[in-house]
Design a protein. Structure first.
Length: 254
């Protein structure tokens, strides 16, 4: 079975103390993850080391950054490089979240650089893709997502691409309380897998976890994750409430 993943995306929420408390509450439940289950916490930069220390020694619990620079190193004030993340033990990095694309003008080509730098530093990219409402309304979502994947990812080798996690996040569903229906999510995930089959091969496509993101909640996670091509979720709002995220972790396909 492919890896099934519950990924928390805290975004720019919580103080340090609130973040500590949230992790403590979640970890107190002591959920033991199987080989094919993972829990990932994408926390703000200043909390990365704290989160790494709290998760130390727990099988398949990982800490993720929410972004990294598209430059290797140097005079880029305010940026954080993949190499710097690696040097503090970070194993994952969210890339190309729609909020980064929208508010910080991230483009497919610069995301390709970020993916390259993460892979070079043994950091697993959680690569986000997804369409706006206006694109879905005209039925152009499949081509739109294919272009995002093509321009950022498809020049990587089969070995490299197998290290990536995809998060499909329709922008109209993020933070809106408007979840894609199970059918919409499954349809798009299956399509993304077909795109990977066409550009690589079926074994590669079958290997890559594709997470759904956009208003995943405690009460809809199990239904979404049950779809054959939905391998878990990238969760914003509901990841800030310990009980909700625990329910979401428990909803991963067995
Ligand atoms: P949401 O955010 O769960 O609050 O919709 C998801 C995301 O943006 O990753």
């Amino acid at each position: 079975m492919r890896q099934q993943i519950a990924a928390a995306n805290w975004k720019m929420n919580l103080t340090y103390q609130q973040g500590e408390q949230l992790l403590d509450t979640i970890l107190k439940e002591n959920i033991q993850l199987d080989n094919h289950h993972e829990a990932i916490f994408a926390v703000p930069f200043p909390y990365l080391i704290m989160a790494t220390q709290k998760l130390a020694g727990r099988k398949n619990y990982f800490v993720s950054a929410q972004n990294c620079s598209d430059q290797r190193s140097g005079a880029y004030t305010g940026e954080t490089s993949a190499e710097q993340l690696k040097s503090i033990g970070i194993t994952h990095c969210v890339l190309g979240h729609s909020e980064r694309r929208e508010y910080f003008s991230e483009r497919n080509q610069s995301l390709a650089e970020k993916v390259k730098l993460c892979l070079a530093n043994d950091i697993t990219p959680i690569f986000c893709c997804g369409e706006t409402l206006s694109i879905r309304e005209v039925g152009a979502q499949e081509g739109f997502v294919e272009t995002q994947l093509m321009e950022s990812l498809f020049h990587f080798s089969e070995t490299e691409i197998k290290k990536i996690i995809i998060a499909y996040e329709p922008i109209w569903a993020i933070g809106t309380g408007k979840t894609a229906s199970v059918e919409q999510a499954q349809e798009m995930h299956a399509h993304i897998r077909t795109i990977f089959t066409n550009h690589y091969n079926k074994a590669t496509a079958d290997h890559i976890p594709i997470l759904y993101g956009g208003s995943v909640k405690a009460n809809n996670a199990a239904e979404l994750f049950n779809s054959p091509d939905v391998d878990g979720g990238l969760v914003g709002g509901a990841s800030l409430v310990a009980a909700d995220f625990l329910t979401i972790m428990r909803a991963l396909k067995k």
